[in-house]
Every structure is written in C-alpha cells, then in structure tokens.
Design a protein around this ligand. Structure first.
Ligand code: C2E
Ligand code: CA
Ligand code: CA
Ligand code: CA
Length: 277
C-alpha cells in the first residue's frame, strides 16, 4: 500500500480484480449454501431489566461454510444484499426462527409469552411480498403476529423509502412488532421515529459500552430511554457486558437488556441443554 508512482495504478487494479473475484466466489458459495442449508441461527436471550424474566430471543444468522467454519453475518450479509440473495436468506431466517419459537412453545420450557426477534435488511423491507410472507409463515407455525419482532435499521443506500414505508405499515397493521435497531447510530436516526409505527427501540451497544465511563454517553442513554417512553415504546439495551452496565441501565429505567453478561448467542440445541427454569 506504501508503493509510489507508476506502480500505484496496477496495484490498485490488482486489488480491485481480486476483490471482484472474491465477490464472485462468495456469490456462488452463497447460492450453494442456500440449496445445501448451510445457514444456522443462534439465539441470544433478552431479559426484563427489573425482574430478570426472560422476554424473548434474538435470532442471529451464521453461515456454517464448509472448510471455513462459522462465518459471522457481517462477512456475508453485504454480499447477500448486493446480489439479491438476502431475500431468500431472509425468508429462511424468518421461517426457521418461527419454527424454533413454535417448538419452544410446545416444550413448555420457556415463558408462555416468549417472543422471537429477527433482523431484517432494508432490501427485504423494499420487497412488497414481505407482509404476505410473514403472515403465511406465522400461520404455518401456529403463531400470533405479536410473537414476532422485526428489527430494522436504515442504511445510507436505501433508495426506495416510500416502498419501505408501505411494507412497514403493512407489517404493523398485521400486528407484527417492529423494533428500531442500532438506535443512535447513523443508520437509525430520529427521522425514523416520525413514520415508523415501531413498538421498540434498541439502544446501540456503542452507547452502552461508554455508559459507566463517559458522562456524555450516560446523558444520551438517559435521553433515548425518555424518548422511547414518551413515544410509548419499549427500550432495549444491547451489548450489556458488565454488572455495572446492567445496574446503570436499570437505574436509568431501561426496560429490557441483552448482552454477553446475560447470555451469548448460542444454537438452540445448546439452549436446550443449559436452560433449566
Ligand atoms: P445486531 O442486530 O446489532 O446484533 C447484535 C450483534 O452484537 C450480534 O453480532 C451479537 O452477537 C453481538 N452481541 C451481542 N451481545 C453482545 C455484547 O455484549 N457485546 C458485544 N461486543 N457484542 C454483542 P452478530 O451475530 O455477529 O451479528 C452482527 C449483525 O449482523 C447484527 O447486528 C445484524 O445487524 C446482522 N444480522 C444478524 N443476523 C441477521 C439476519 O438474520 N438478517 C440480517 N439481515 N442481518 C442479520
Ligand atoms: Ca438486532
Ligand atoms: Ca447493534
Ligand atoms: Ca446491526
């Protein structure tokens, strides 16, 4: 990268073409992964901040890529989005998360009102078929719309905002819970609150990380909680890693908490082994 003068262009092109190749390989591999069912979901618990009751689980996708181990979502969701494969992957994630919730319901191991939260890409929200699909999958798994929460963030590249608004309103009208993820970052801003009929707001973990050390973060978290409550929304803090952060969030009146301190994302099979009510 430190090369000078004449070499620079060719090095850039080399870098570019190897990136393009890498991307093509990734696209091919993602297509196969869908057919071969190489995706799995991990589940991370979300608790009531005050009584510690289990509220639900957030489903987080991983790719069990042959020969490469577990690939985290940040390494393949962007490629899935730019190839359009995110629609098929996203459909699978909703189907599988609801299937799992339905299985848990039948096991009676968890609270009866347990919910499942699923992350949806803006590209899924731009797809008008999403509302019908979600309804169909809820029926398939004998679940109520309020059993499901869809977590959404805005991205800088989201082009078709009016289509997205229509989908989001359709989901809310169907009774599905909407959650604004990563609130406070560039991707989820105040503008969202003006039209999104969301019932939940998730404070980004970067604010939680600074809570006990940075007075400004405390002011911001406290303001976000007040904002959520003034809008009749539930406030969830993600990325809770220490007892101090948890205590602080409770004191500030945050409703729900999630993070490594309380439970890491794990496959459903691991939950079945460790969870004793
Ligand atoms: P997110 O929705 O903000 O999810 C939270 C991320 O923080 C997860 O990373 C989770 O494992 C991690 N996390 C949870 N607790 C803690 C903590 O206490 N400390 C720290 N440092 N991290 C914590 P993960 O699973 O790698 O997911 C990354 C992102 O990928 C998610 O961020 C979400 O935006 C996206 N994603 C995950 N699953 C899906 C999916 O099914 N569909 C779509 N479209 N995006 C997904
Ligand atoms: Ca999320
Ligand atoms: Ca986040
Ligand atoms: Ca995110």
């Amino acid at each position: 990268a430190k090369s000078q003068g004449g070499n620079q262009a060719s090095l850039f092109e080399q870098g570019y073409s190897s990136r393009a190749l890498h991307f093509l390989e990734l696209e091919q591999a993602l297509r196969k992964a869908l057919d071969r069912e190489e995706f799995i979901l991990n589940f991370q618990p979300i608790y009531n901040a005050f009584d510690g009751a289990l509220h639900g689980f957030e489903a987080l996708v991983r790719w069990n890529r042959p020969g490469r181990g577990m690939v985290p979502p940040d390494e393949f969701i962007p490629a899935a989005e730019s190839t359009g494969l995110i629609l098929r992957i996203g459909d699978w994630v909703i189907d599988e998360a609801l299937r799992q919730l339905s299985e848990w319901r039948q096991s009676n191991r968890f609270p009866a009102k347990l919910t499942v939260s699923v992350n949806v890409s803006p590209f899924q929200l731009a797809n008008p078929n999403l509302v019908g699909l979600v309804r169909q999958l809820l029926t398939k798994h004998h679940l109520a719309p309020s059993d499901l929460l869809l977590e959404m963030t805005e991205t800088a590249f989201m082009a078709d905002e009016s289509r997205m608004q229509a989908t989001v309103k359709g989901l809310a009208a169907a009774g599905v819970g909407l959650s604004i993820d990563d609130f406070g970052t560039g991707y989820s801003s105040l503008a969202y609150l003006r039209y999104l009929p969301a019932k939940e707001l998730k404070i980004d973990r970067s604010f939680v990380a600074g809570l006990t050390t940075n007075a400004r973060d405390e002011v911001l978290v406290s303001a976000v909680i007040a904002l959520a409550h003034a809008l009749d929304m539930t406030c969830v803090a993600e990325g809770v890693e220490t007892a101090e952060q948890l205590e602080h969030l409770r004191r500030l009146g945050c409703d729900q908490v999630q993070g490594y301190f309380l439970g890491r994302p794990v496959p459903a099979s691991a939950l079945a082994e460790t969870w004793q009510e």
